[in-house]
Design a protein around this ligand. Structure first.
Ligand SMILES: Cc1cc2nc3c(=O)[nH]c(=O)nc-3n(C[C@H](O)[C@H](O)[C@H](O)COP(=O)(O)O)c2cc1C
Length: 264
């Protein structure tokens, strides 16, 4: 069960952002984090592409994933919506440690050429998918809960009650939405380590297929990253002679978004 904020309404940028991003068949975003350089101790930027997995609570399941979750009785009722961006990752990747070192600092950027729009979204990342008793997992779930809204028109279905919604099922749904080979990638040798370092654990190999939802090794590494957006910078290049730029921010983190048009 997740508590939620019943009074809040969607962020003012959400519908246009979705309209734009949905022009792309398979949207990817560049994800920027901050790393502490181990030698000098200074802060350095890191950036990489990740697949955008929609807004947290609103995951659009592939047919086969939905079928498998239903068969295993692990499908959450569709109760929540949010303005939180989601992507999946492997806990062994560096970005996860960087979130820990820099209070979840994150910026992502999308270039949607179809509508000549750049969307930069800055905020705080929360990582879920670990044991529910770990303090960091509890903290992430609790912070995410504050930004979940109950959908305005929940179905009359008796299953659609908050008691039937669990964090475990939600993370499992993201895992289920990956193909067997992608699920198997969470059992790869440690990402980013030299190839010359053979893993000591024989279960860690490239190219494995995982068909089940609860492979212990893959699930121990699998995480969902949830981004609470605090500032949006939208650049519209439709008219090159008069580009349009907006800053939309929730500086007080109260859901009171302020929109300012900027010189581009
Ligand atoms: C098209 C594309 C999609 C990717 N999607 C993801 C993703 O969804 N999640 C992820 O963690 N890495 C993804 N990657 C790999 C990352 O770019 C990166 O190599 C990896 O996350 C390790 O980065 P890190 O160690 O700095 O965290 C993707 C790469 C490409 C090229």
């Amino acid at each position: 069960m997740a508590s939620s904020n019943p009074t809040a309404s969607p962020a003012p940028w959400k519908s246009l952002f979705l309209e734009h991003v949905s022009k792309q068949e398979d949207p990817y975003m560049a994800v920027a984090t901050v790393e502490r350089d181990p030698k000098s101790g200074s802060s350095i930027p890191r950036v990489r592409y990740c697949g955008f997995r929609g807004f947290f609570g609103e995951l659009k399941l592939h047919h086969s994933a939905e079928k498998q979750l239903k068969e295993e009785n692990e499908l959450n009722p569709s109760l929540y919506e949010s303005d939180l961006l989601a992507f999946t990752t492997d806990v062994r990747m560096q970005k996860v440690e960087q979130f820990g070192d820099f209070e979840g600092a994150i910026e992502v950027v999308f270039w949607v050429k179809e509508v000549m729009a750049q969307w930069r979204l800055r905020g705080k990342a929360f990582v879920i998918g670990d044991d529910a008793n770990k303090p960091a997992e509890r903290e992430s779930r609790s912070e995410i809960s504050k930004s979940l809204r109950r959908k305005p028109n929940p179905s009359d279905d008796s299953e659609a009650s908050a008691e039937n919604w669990t964090w475990e099922n939600e993370v499992t749904a993201y895992f289920a939405n990956h193909s067997p080979i992608m699920r198997g990638s969470f059992k790869n040798p440690a990402p980013g380590q030299p190839l010359s370092e053979e893993p000591t654990d024989p279960n860690l190999k490239l190219g494995q297929k995982v068909t089940g939802l609860h492979d212990a090794i893959a699930r121990a590494n699998f995480r969902v990253v949830v981004i609470r957006v605090e500032e949006v910078d939208r650049l519209d290049l439709t008219r090159t002679e008069r580009a349009v730029r907006w800053r939309i921010s929730d500086s007080n983190k109260t859901g009171q978004w302020e929109e300012v048009e900027l010189w581009p």
